[in-house]
Write a new protein. Structure first.
Length: 384
């Protein structure tokens, strides 16, 4: 369907609710739009009148190369694929993402760089696959957390070289590890800080100079990370007093990845004391997220899919549901994600003069995992 009129009863676009609005789409572009009755159109133009339309959804934190299982043998099986098998698996995932209305994913980086090849293939067939915003392998301080995903740097200069290498390969952002992981033994322990405040600022500034965003993994104090003004802050468990307010007042997005942690309560390999730490940490993180929402934090929905216990595709909807239950609204979540995607690359939406992109539903979706149609990459796919 190359030409049609879209007349949703309600649309969420650009972070705003739009009622009684029409969009005239031709050859993949929104050529005209307006409120009320549309002007006369050529005879026979199809009219889509769904109850609800959203701009394309974006999962803002995934690990395409990871399997998401609690089962160590399954994680080992996925990690053991050769490059051809691993890429085939990733492309199948991207097809599933797109059919669910998740039209883009921001990958957190892999050692083999599969996301670069997947991004290239997906861009050639946007009617079939979700778009990929690839990262280079996460940048971490040698000897500290991160070796299973990325490459370490001993000095800022080494970091610059790795960032340049990632840019040449097609990275849209650089992921930097500023801390370790949350402890499963002691609530509030988050590992050693990886870079000094000065080093972190230099790495972020250098990334920006190459036109790259930065997504910074951090748990514990947020001070140095916020001072470096990253594009987004990832996780942010156990911040210090007043740092949620500072994060909320900043220009940085925040991807809290709540479900990636809370789902650990279902990990059969954890003991009772570890599950208690999971519960304590999740409760505190939920409180911080709610506080951030009340202070205007720019939340991004990011599932951390691929980490133990978080499945691809469904993990995104679980994260959105959790964030909404903590006080976020779907409008702002979708709007923030679309805004980020637009910064990383020209991104389809419901803007007159731009490429058409939307997800349709047959009712106001309490559950956004069941769209009736998806338009992305110039192709409308009817699902029901």
């Amino acid at each position: 369907m190359k030409e049609f009129l879209l007349r949703p009863a309600l649309a969420l676009a650009g972070g705003k609710e739009i009622a009684d609005h029409w969009f005239y789409v031709r050859d993949g572009q929104v050529v005209r739009s307006g409120a009320g009755e549309p002007p006369p159109l050529p005879e026979g133009i199809p009219v889509l009148s769904p109850p609800f339309a959203l701009e394309p959804l974006v999962d803002c934190h995934v690990h395409l190369s990871l399997g998401g299982s609690f089962d160590p043998s399954e994680r080992k099986r996925v990690a053991g694929f050769d490059d051809e098998e691993a890429l085939e698996r990733v492309m199948n995932l991207l097809e599933e993402y797109r059919r669910a209305g998740i039209c883009a994913v921001r990958d957190g980086g892999t050692p083999r760089g599969l996301a670069f090849k997947a991004a290239e293939l997906a861009d050639k067939n946007p009617g079939r696959y979700a778009k990929v915003f690839p990262s280079a392998g996460p940048l971490f301080k040698k000897g500290l957390y991160g070796g299973f995903l990325g490459r370490g740097a001993e000095t800022v200069e080494e970091g610059f070289s790795l960032i340049e290498e990632g840019a040449k390969r097609g990275a849209r952002q650089i992921k930097i590890l500023a801390s370790g992981l949350n402890s499963l033994e002691v609530p509030g322990e988050t590992g050693k800080e990886q870079f000094t405040p000065g080093e972190l600022s230099e790495l972020t500034r250098f990334s920006r100079s190459l036109g790259l965003g930065t997504m910074i993994h951090v748990n514990g104090t947020l001070g140095a990370v916020l001072d470096s003004a990253p594009q987004s802050v990832e996780h942010a468990f156990w911040p210090k007093e007043g740092e949620i307010e500072k994060l909320s007042a900043s220009e940085s997005f925040w991807t809290p990845t709540f479900v990636a942690w809370s789902s650990l309560s279902g990990n059969p390999s954890l003991g009772p004391n570890q599950k208690k730490v999971v519960e304590i940490t999740a409760k505190r993180h939920g409180e911080d997220i709610s506080k951030g929402i009340s202070h205007g934090a720019k939340l991004l929905p990011g599932s951390d899919a691929g980490t133990p216990g978080v499945s691809h595709v469904s993990g995104f909807f679980s994260e959105v549901s959790a964030l909404v239950s903590l006080g976020a609204d779907l409008n702002s979540l979708a709007g923030n994600a679309a805004s980020l995607a637009a910064r990383l690359s020209g991104f389809p939406g419901l803007r007159e003069g731009g490429e058409a992109g939307f997800v349709l539903y047959d009712s106001w979706p309490e559950d956004i995992s069941s769209p009736t149609a998806v338009c992305f990459g110039g192709e409308l796919t009817l699902l029901k």
